[in-house]
Design a protein around this ligand. Structure first.
Ligand code: G6P
Length: 474
């Protein structure tokens, strides 16, 4: 193979780091937001290979570079492409459509055109870097056309695809004017992975209905004899790494400092989310606010710390949400706070891993209540830091993680009274009950970590090579 080529490639919309240029021209790199990077960074550190992705700024062509032991290959986006491909088709069309139309998706033909153009750029970059017979792993909803484009350019490659967000019910997916192109794009892969079995089933049903291919269980039979497998692989985190971080004296001391600065209330509840309308922040804050106004909890006894990481800030729906939350937090704190005691501590910022670990350690109850979420890795991170088996998790039924984390206090995030009850149950549960639940949650998270996830997916992808062509009648 040519010297710059590699046997293992990951392609994602984002690189694991964003390039920041300060006013004085100084360049720095910041960990990119979101679960995809949390999950894949440790995989790549262990396995090597190259990571192709966008570096977060527009109109900049950068050379390949090494960062923290990873080989990173930047793909440029113009300002217009950021608007049309990233903010537009990826986050104004696909993101809301795939999250159960929590807000209304917009369909614009110029957004779609940019999506095709940028997907082709990623595919061409991968085609030039992949060694003969290499494994290429394409990630997430921003790049669903890449598998087919890449197969056309390089039929020798083994191509995997993993969708980090939910794959929607067939009734919703049908709205998409380009539904057939997306399905065919994904069918370019040998193995298409989803978070949940329901997503894989939705996909198989659509492939039958819309493309007309035969499917048997998790296998799609293509007319040219090729087979595509569509299956669920629930993603995870570097659980041991996160636990180790949370056991360091610095993190333990910082957790105590956080509790002290909150006035050492009996109950610290915490939410940590990207500021996204899928995360159910208004419902959650309203539920907590009502517990205070009903007199069920006293502001001296309990505080809710909500961290909202800035995200997609130029997209209209995200701006609306930000204003809504500012108003809601202001109203709750204004109505129910006292000098030195505010029921909600709202932080609109992002924190490094160490500070996140300290916040998890400081919290008695973690509240994760999205209206829809592919998996939710924050819930798993919280559990990884609870090595003393203390603490409680309140978890939405509509997060993928609910499929595995059965001992959480599960809630329907649309049911405000139900959420109030779950928060009270979590605060008032006996230490014995909490310990029993946390032990079971920890067993699940510590055993099913990110390395196991990556190994399972990649082993099954390698096995597709041995499946051979279909005889057409099994
Ligand atoms: C989710 C998506 C990722 C995305 C992340 C952050 O986790 O599945 O693909 O990278 O959100 O969103 P952003 O738009 O900032 O990349």
């Amino acid at each position: 193979m040519a010297p710059e080529q590699t046997d293992f490639l990951v392609i994602a919309n984002r690189l694991p780091v964003d390039r920041l240029v300060a006013a004085d021209g100084e360049v720095s790199w910041r960990t990119s937001p979101g679960g995809l990077v949390t999950a894949l960074e440790p995989v790549m550190k262990l396995r090597g290979g190259a990571w192709i992705g966008w570096h977060g700024a527009s109109d900049e062509e950068l050379d390949d570079f090494e960062h923290d032991g990873l080989r990173l290959v930047p793909v440029p986006l113009s300002e217009q492409e950021v608007e049309d491909y990233y903010e537009g088709f990826s986050n104004g069309t696909l993101w809301p459509l795939y999250h159960d139309v929590v807000v209304t998706p917009e369909y614009h033909r110029e957004w779609w055109d940019a999506y095709v153009t940028v997907n082709r750029r990623f595919a061409e970059k991968a085609a030039s870097l992949a060694a003969p017979g290499a494994v290429v792993w394409v990630q997430d909803y921003q790049l669903q056309l890449v598998p087919q484009m890449l197969r056309e350019l390089r039929p020798d490659l083994l191509i995997g695809f993993f969708l980090h967000i939910p794959f929607p019910p067939t009734e919703l997916f049908q709205q998409l004017p380009w539904r057939r192109q997306i399905l065919e794009g994904l069918l370019g892969a040998d193995l298409v992975g989803f978070q949940m079995p329901g997503g894989a089933q939705n996909f198989a049903r659509l492939v039958r209905q819309r493309v007309g291919h035969r499917t048997v269980k998790d296998t799609v039979f293509l007319p040219d004899g090729r087979k595509v497998i569509a299956k669920a692989y629930p993603i995870s985190i570097d659980a041991r790494g996160f636990e180790q971080l949370s056991r360091t004296p610095e993190v333990i001391a910082r957790a105590q400092e956080i509790r002290d600065s909150l006035g050492n209330p009996r109950h610290v509840l915490i939410g940590i989310d990207r500021l996204d309308y899928t995360k159910g922040l208004p419902q959650r804050l309203r539920a907590f606010g009502e517990l205070v106004s009903d007199g069920v909890i006293d502001v001296d006894d309990a505080v809710f710390v909500q961290v909202a990481t800035p995200s997609r800030e130029r997209v209209h729906q995200y701006r609306v949400l930000r204003d809504d939350i500012n108003r809601l937090v202001g109203r709750i704190n204004g109505d129910m706070g006292r000098i030195g005691q505010q029921p909600i501590q709202y932080l609109h910022t992002s924190y490094p891993r160490e500070e996140m670990a300290a916040m998890y350690r400081a919290a008695d109850v973690m509240v994760v209540t999205p209206l829809r979420d592919g998996m939710n890795l924050v819930a798993k991170e919280y559990i990884a830091t609870r090595w003393d088996d203390r603490g409680a998790l309140v978890l939405s039924e509509f997060a993928g993680a609910a499929g595995e984390l059965k001992q959480a206090f599960q809630v329907n995030p649309h049911d405000i009274n139900g959420m109030k009850q779950a928060m009270v149950d979590a605060m008032q549960a006996s230490p014995v009950d909490l310990r029993k639940r946390m032990r079971a949650l920890r067993k699940q998270v510590m055993e099913n970590d990110i390395e196991r996830w990556a190994k399972t997916f990649l082993d099954e992808l390698a096995a597709v090579r041995d499946l051979g062509p279909s005889d057409g009648d099994d």
